[in-house]
Design a protein around this ligand. Structure first.
Ligand code: IDP
Length: 144
């Protein structure tokens, strides 16, 4: 099966908690099993400046500093996946931001829980719109 030219792309992260817990393969397996196509993949540790660029929309919120500390705390896996409605499709695979109430069957619902810390450690990130996807893909994979 191949996608029509309207196929979109999304930026997916396995955050440092997911990498540390050995869940990278499980996350990528679920996204590939759904049928989306992997087009870029990298293991890297973010510096503070790049992390602040990624999460610019949350600047000023109480969890902004803990979020920067968390996302720079160890290696993460950045990936770009492609497919029809992949942005919405991955958000559905990921589940709600709060892992305690994320639906069972979703990545966060099955694999994450509340650790009572200042930032929610929820294993994955996925772009939330075509505009965010373009902006985020340019941060992690310039020139893609
Ligand atoms: P999303 O990752 O589900 O799209 P966003 O609202 O974009 O959620 O938040 C980005 C990340 O910031 C979340 O995934 C989570 O790690 C963290 N976060 C969001 N809201 C809170 C909060 O109220 N307290 C602590 N951490 C939060």
């Amino acid at each position: 099966m191949t996608d029509t030219p309207q196929a979109e792309r999304t930026l997916i992260l396995v955050k440092p908690d997911g990498v540390e817990r050995g869940l990278t393969g499980e996350v990528l397996r679920r996204v590939e099993a759904k049928g989306y196509t992997l087009v870029a993949l990298e293991l890297r540790t973010l510096d503070r400046e790049t992390a602040a660029r990624h999460y610019a929309e949350h600047k000023g919120k109480p969890f902004f500093e803990p979020l920067l500390e968390f996302i720079t705390s160890g290696p993460l896996v950045a990936a770009v996946f492609e497919g029809q409605r992949v942005i919405e499709g991955f958000r559905s695979l990921a589940g709600a931001t709060d892992p305690t109430v994320a639906a069972p069957g979703s990545i966060r619902g099955d694999l994450a829980r509340d650790w009572g810390k200042k930032v929610i450690a929820n294993i994955v990130h996925g772009s939330d719109s075509p505009e965010s996807a373009a902006r985020e893909i340019a941060i992690y994979f310039p020139g893609l």
